[in-house]
Design a protein around this ligand. Structure first.
Ligand code: ZN
Ligand code: ZN
Length: 613
């Protein structure tokens, strides 16, 4: 279920959401005043505001916003109460039919009748498959809310009267298919935001502007990190500079995991449908996979997750309890077929890599192994100075396996979280676990106070059974191991996209695609500049030389725009004394420095993975 749909269905609105949802109704009234024939879809509160979907005789443009906003302000100033009524379904159907509101009619018609509720509960083993307006409770009545001249089918709740709606602003308009279905009509989704105070609204608009300046798609182009082409939607081309960044992250991952006893493998990207049938992907995930027909009888699928590969590597030979915990890591390329329109730069892609690992353990080893995983998590996020927290996802509806095992698994994870961050210091998302086991998601807050879901740690009793994984225990008995699935960065593409926005492209030195740019003052300094470049290259420092005829200040400015950490300016003085003038991307000038001193400094910064320059 989408977030919007969940909010629309939820009666547990926070005060802010309640106010924003009320603002959506007021916006709908303003639109109704301007377009008496407007047809209305749905209008929920969303993360930073609200929207309403309209079917209108002409497209809205931002030029319409001032008029809509003025009309809204007038309705708000009228302090009109939100009045709730209960209508029978029949009365509501007749009303909305007569008013020419086909979308409202459809919503009412699709509310399950008494008999359907039971069928619904049996069929929907996987809660994420829920459709927008399917409610699990049956009711003979629907609720109606009216303010001033606008009446809507709505579960509410709302503020008491329109005067309680705070400072607001219309943001944008975009196309949205009715019920998210590309075969249904395209409606116009008008977005707005509303806050309790003007100051909160101003701060939000500032953060939004800053986010636009830091948009990773914009910076990705300017810093020449990655590129997307229409012939491979959602599949990034890593340009040389971006590939350096990716490679450095992978190197760090590899080195640290080897230290923690992980063993890396690589597996095929294409597998026969037979493998996906065993893993359950064929049944539950086929629509999200790229399929490759081989002949009449055979279809291959591009790997969407690494789990089955790890099971195959485990099963390569008979395993003994002495080998456990067996930590198998991989960073193979994965593909997932996303619906058109959901792709978004590096944040939502179809081709990607995950810092994946599957740890095979005995039940006794779960807790200790999680300790190790949380230790690595801390290392990874503190190296970037990122604030992170955990969200604990418990047993979902439609889980597989037995209740006792689930209870045990949840107790173990709860224990671990209590121990590491303390009770109450993590979010519990009831029913948010994977269908095969409970999970801990890593959430991160960036420089603009936005929260992102990054890696995930999951406990799985099911997949090893499906694949017949086993080991010989101390007592000679054959047993099934438990598997911990874990990714710390999560998807590297997404991690890099977020890191670009968090740092505004000014990466820590060890990650910077270019460490140093050498800037010559005149042509006669080029031979010495080349000598310096060679010295740095021999040290493994990534260096560029700018000997263009531009003025020095223009060259410094160009390097700063590229967020290159160090600029070394070379003129007569530097050449004579075998030194360099060091400028930082922060514009700080360190002055003339012996070349050896600079080399020692930058080597230290890189080696320590320092965030300082
Ligand atoms: Zn409503
Ligand atoms: Zn997995």
């Amino acid at each position: 279920m989408s977030v919007e749909a969940e909010l629309e269905n939820s009666i547990q609105y926070s005060p802010l959401q309640r106010m924003r949802h009320s603002a959506a109704h007021v916006m709908a009234e303003a639109v109704q005043e301007m377009f008496p024939d407007a047809k209305f879809g749905i209008g929920p509160a969303i993360e930073d505001g609200f929207y309403y979907d309209f079917d209108l005789p002409r497209p809205l443009t931002p030029a319409d916003f001032p008029e809509i906003e003025q009309r809204m302000a007038k309705i708000i100033a009228g302090n009109y109460p939100f009045v709730r009524e209960h209508w029978s379904r029949l009365k509501a159907l007749e009303y909305f039919r007569q008013k020419g509101q086909p979308y409202k009619v459809e919503i009412i018609e699709n509310l399950p009748d008494q008999e359907q509720v039971g069928v619904y509960q049996q069929q929907h083993n996987f809660p994420e498959l829920c459709q927008v307006n399917e409610s699990k409770e049956w009711s003979a009545e629907v609720t109606i809310y009216q303010q001033h001249n606008f009446l809507d089918l709505c579960r509410g709740p709302h503020v008491e009267h329109t005067g309680q709606i705070g400072p607001f602003k219309l943001m944008r308009v975009a196309g949205a298919y009715w019920r998210g279905d590309e075969h249904r009509p395209m409606l116009q989704r008008l977005y707005g935001t509303a806050w309790f105070t003007q100051e909160e609204l101003d701060q939000y608009l500032y953060r939004l502007e800053e986010a636009q300046n830091r948009d990773h798609r914009k910076l990705g182009r300017e810093l020449e990190l990655f590129h997307f082409d229409v012939t491979a939607p959602g599949m990034p081309y890593w340009l040389p500079k971006g590939f350096k960044l990716l490679t450095e992250l992978i190197n760090f991952w590899r080195i640290e995991h080897e230290k923690h006893g992980y063993q890396e493998f690589s597996a095929p990207l294409l597998n026969d449908q037979k493998l996906w049938e065993i893993s359950g992907h064929w049944e539950h995930y086929k629509d999200d996979m790229f399929l490759v027909p081989i002949d009449e009888h055979t279809t291959y699928g591009l790997k969407p997750m690494g789990c089955p590969s790890a099971m195959m590597v485990f099963n390569f030979k008979t395993r003994s309890y002495r080998e456990l915990p067996l930590r198998l890591s991989d960073i193979d390329i994965l593909h997932r077929h996303e619906r058109a329109g959901t792709l978004h730069g590096l944040l939502r892609v179809q081709k990607f890599q995950q810092d994946d690992a599957h740890i095979f353990v005995t039940e006794d080893q779960i807790e200790q192994e999680f300790d190790g995983v949380l230790e690595i998590t801390h290392l990874f996020y503190s190296i970037f100075d990122l604030k992170y927290s955990f969200r604990f996802g418990t047993r979902p509806e439609g889980y597989i396996g037995d209740l006792e095992t689930w209870n045990k698994a949840e107790a173990v994870l709860r224990n671990i979280l209590d121990k590491h961050v303390g009770p109450g210091n993590y979010i519990v998302a009831a029913g948010d676990g994977a269908f095969y086991g409970p999970k801990i998601d890593i959430l991160m807050e960036d420089a603009l106070e936005r929260s992102w879901q990054m890696g995930t740690l999951q406990l799985d009793f099911q997949l090893p059974r499906r694949f017949g994984c086993s080991y010989i225990d101390k007592d000679g008995q054959i047993k099934t191991p438990v598997v911990i699935h874990r990714a710390i960065y999560g998807t590297l593409e997404r991690f890099i996209g977020i890191l670009i926005e968090h740092t505004a492209g000014a990466f820590p030195v060890w990650l910077a695609p270019v460490h140093v740019r050498i800037i010559t003052i005149a042509d006669r300094h080029v031979p010495y500049a080349q000598e310096v470049m060679q010295r740095l290259r021999e040290q493994g420092i990534r260096v560029e030389l700018d000997h263009s005829p531009e003025r020095m200040n223009a060259k410094i400015r160009a390097a700063q725009l590229q967020k290159i950490p160090y600029m070394l300016v070379i003129g007569d003085k530097e050449q004579q004394s075998q030194s360099v003038s060091v400028r930082l991307r922060t514009n700080k000038n360190l002055g003339v420095t012996p070349l050896d001193t600079f080399i020692a400094r930058i080597n230290n910064v890189i080696k320590a993975r320092s965030l300082e320059l």
